[in-house]
Design a protein around this ligand. Structure first.
Ligand SMILES: N[C@@H](CCC(=O)N[C@@H](CS)C(=O)NCC(=O)O)C(=O)O
Length: 237
């Protein structure tokens, strides 16, 4: 069965320092993004899953050669993602996942059941710690031990409710915020440490398999070769 929303979309080209800005604050809702950024990917997945392809326009930003107007006129933080909505700019991926889920039409990404909802909110909050611990593990004395305990955390969380394969059965904000990073860590640990993060973690293996079937997620996936090259220079040098 197709999950929401299987839409074929031609991505607009990324804007760089030579590009004119879009007509800012004209009432159009825009997601300023970068097609390789995992934080922006979270928001992109939510936009796709809720079927908001027409309501939220993507604006790709070339982060290596950023247009000056982006910092000056759009988002002083000069990062992606940022959402232009109702005359305002909102940043921070976790806030945006929640904001779009709460303020736009489309399927809800929080469960109704209060216990499950609380659990998803805790997972979303924990994601910052998860990321920090895994990213710093690349340079730690024992990367697999430090990162391994974080992947164990995810494995345990996936087993909490028995109606998997997602954290609380149905696809939710929890799955959205972890997916772009687990996608990358799966590739990077294999590449740099010859370590399969799903080995001995059956719920995580099943989760990755099922996430890959979500139509809203498929077009947002990173290009593995670009990812590996980026981390080679940034983390492994
Ligand atoms: N905490 C932010 C992090 C966003 C972030 O670091 N984005 C990166 C791209 S993946 C960025 O824009 N970097 C540009 C810079 O830091 O100058 C979020 O969750 O949205």
């Amino acid at each position: 069965m197709a999950t929401p929303a299987a839409v074929q979309e031609v991505l607009p080209p990324s804007l760089d320092s030579t590009s004119e800005p879009p007509p800012l604050f004209d009432g159009t809702t825009r997601l300023y993004t970068n097609y390789q950024c995992p934080y922006a990917q979270r928001v992109w997945i939510v936009r796709n899953y809720k079927g908001l392809h027409d309501e939220i326009k993507l604006v790709g930003i070339d982060l290596q050669n950023r247009p000056a107007w982006y910092k000056e006129k759009v988002y002083p933080e000069n990062k992606v993602p940022a959402l232009e909505h109702n005359g305002k700019i909102i940043g921070e991926s976790l806030d945006l996942v929640k904001y779009i889920d709460a303020n736009f039409k489309g399927p809800a990404l929080l469960p109704d059941d209060p216990a499950k909802k609380k659990f998803i909110e805790e997972l979303v909050t924990y994601s910052d710690t998860f990321l920090k611990n895994v990213f710093t593990s690349f340079k730690a004395e024992d990367p697999l031990k430090q990162a391994g305990s974080e992947f164990d955390y995810v494995e345990t969380a996936l087993q909490k409710f028995e109606d998997g394969p997602f954290f609380t059965g149905q696809f939710s904000q929890g799955d959205v915020v972890y997916a772009p990073f687990i996608e990358r860590f799966h590739i990077l640990f294999q590449e740099f440490f010859k370590y399969d993060i799903t080995s001995g973690r059956p719920a995580l293996a099943k989760w990755i398999e099922e996430i890959n079937k979500i139509d809203a997620y498929k077009p947002t996936k990173c290009v593995p070769e670009v990812l590996v090259q980026f981390y080679k220079t940034r983390y492994m040098a």
